[in-house]
Design a protein around this ligand. Sequence first.
Ligand SMILES: Cc1cc2nc3c(=O)[nH]c(=O)nc-3n(C[C@H](O)[C@H](O)[C@H](O)COP(=O)(O)OP(=O)(O)OC[C@H]3O[C@@H](n4cnc5c(N)ncnc54)[C@H](O)[C@@H]3O)c2cc1C
Length: 324
Amino acid sequence: MKNNNYPGGAIPCLDKGFIRLVDSMGGDDAIVQAARVSYGKGTTKVSRDKGLIRYLLRHRHSTPFEMVELKFHAKMPIFVARQWVRHRTANINEYSLRYSEARDDFYIPNKEDIHFQSQFNKQGRDDTDVPDEMKDKVIQYFTEMSKKSFDIYRELNDAGIARELARSILPVNLYTEWYWKNDLHNTLHFLKLRMDPHAQYEIRVFAEGMAQFVKQVAPIAYEAFEDYGLNGMYLSDIEKGILSKNIPQHIAGEIHEDIVFRIIAGMNKNKPRSEKELYSLYQKNNGKDSREDFGIKWNAGGIETANVFELQEFKAKFEEVFLR
Ligand SMILES: Cc1cc2nc3c(=O)[nH]c(=O)nc-3n(C[C@H](O)[C@H](O)[C@H](O)COP(=O)(O)OP(=O)(O)OC[C@H]3O[C@@H](n4cnc5c(N)ncnc54)[C@H](O)[C@@H]3O)c2cc1C
């Protein structure tokens, strides 16, 4: 088996694969520019742009994200490519084994990536340790089969058998290569599905590599994607029902108070106000403490702030579920 020479800027993935960004068009600025066509001209201050991008992503107003294009060059085992190609919105151009000879490049898993079949997840691996002898055997079989199939392939090729037929003797751990171009919206969708712990390890590695480049091209959009897409969570109606039934009213009340305090602290950070104005804002936001209690808590400090608009949206959702 050969060693690799990775092309410039590539992130190595698995034992012989890689992903690299070949080209891109636009970034955070292109998202803002497109959004302002629908929302009208506004200030171009970075903080406003950030707020706008986060708003768009949070509300799944996705077309501005389609204005950014990313073109990747990746080399991955065929079984990874089979999962990857299911993402239908991309433009792909793959290395042709009808036209060119296959290369002696096969994926052989690392010892630490060899696990037993999970008992709970039919599509996943278990955490329990596989004995070392078993791991050695897995690697030996992968290596033997790869070599045997490649020897036969080469023999058929040398005998003049058509490459398009001879290639079908090769196993799916053979590496292939492609150019993959997609817009940012659909690339983030790909990352959401393929960086998830439920995705197969071998494709996750490529998705994580791809994410590094996306972060460089559109850092604000990527951060928003991390907050709302990758690490955020949606609740179903059943899940909301269970929570609202089982979270005691006094706890729900405390959470609500926390949200209100953070809103007031955020507003005060943006534009400092007198204590009288603060309490009035607090009441307008459905704060329930007396003026005295409000003052004690406020003066104790340590209230975390966040985007006021986003917190207000959260408060409305929270009130709908818990304080109806
Ligand atoms: C953990 C995991 C396990 C999986 N297991 C299996 C499996 O066992 N078997 C299997 O076959 N697949 C499996 N898949 C693949 C999965 O079903 C999807 O095909 C794949 O994730 C692509 O998702 P997508 O269609 O949303 O993406 P894309 O094809 O990129 O499409 C993006 C979005 O565009 C829209 N869209 C695109 N094309 C169409 C269309 N023709 N009609 C309507 N809307 C469209 C949809 O809204 C879609 O969500 C698995 C995927 C994951 C992540």
